[in-house]
Design a binder for this molecule. Sequence first.
Ligand code: SF4
Length: 281
Amino acid sequence: MKVKVAFPTGFCFGVRRALKALEEALAAHGEVYSLGSPIHNERVVEEMVSKGLRLVEDPEEVPPGGVSFVRAHGVSAATMEALKVRSSLVVDGTCPFVRRVQMKAKELASEGYAVVVVGDPTHPEVVGIVGHVPGDKVFVVASRGEIKVDLFKSFGKIGVVCQTTNRVEAFKEVVSELVGLVEEVKVHNTICDATAARQEAVRRLAAEVDAVVVVGSRSSANTRKLLEIASSLGEALLVEDVSDLERGWFRGKREIGVAAGASTPDCLIEKVVEELEGIEV
Ligand code: SF4
């Protein structure tokens, strides 16, 4: 069977970089304490746990002198400090694009702007960004409906940053609303296009093949989003690994597209491609 792989697909730059640092730390130190799961893929995490990865939710759970790991989402300044006090080494996997948002938000606050972060207040990246802003004039807004009009009007100037994976439309909506409220609005577009580029790649692929196989974990939101896009354009199947490939599903199909969520390792994608190429049509 002919197979075409989406481009770009799978790990983004930040996740790839963080996992490489984590794997090197596991090889060098044996046991590494990660604050939160390093990736939304149970099978990959299980494998890392067998190599010495320990998942913790709080810096206090890192044993004194242990090696700790910060995933690509980053953490607040206070959490980073707590990890440094606790650990002999902090392996910092914060994506440089996330670090840039943290720095821009902090800079805006030091210039006297009230800071608005456009994003999901419960997302670890957003929690980390907010935790880099000194003072209490920092607000997370998911959509224009959440803008506190009277409060925001009372600020002379507002600075805006965005969660890296947010949609540009949501960012624009909030910014245009803020522009009408205060005299000065300073905007840093901090959106990273890795997510949008992967979704666009699936759209293109679905138009070129008979069906799309999406490789990734069912618990990964961005994997499910890729499946949703592919399904809206034709036939699509989500597989966690080669054991989920039902041969009967491929009957009558000549060319299959393969795409993968941002938490799917290359080796898993390669195995699925190899298996598909071996199916006789
Ligand atoms: S999506 Fe972008 S900002 Fe987020 S980890 Fe990947 S490269 Fe970094």
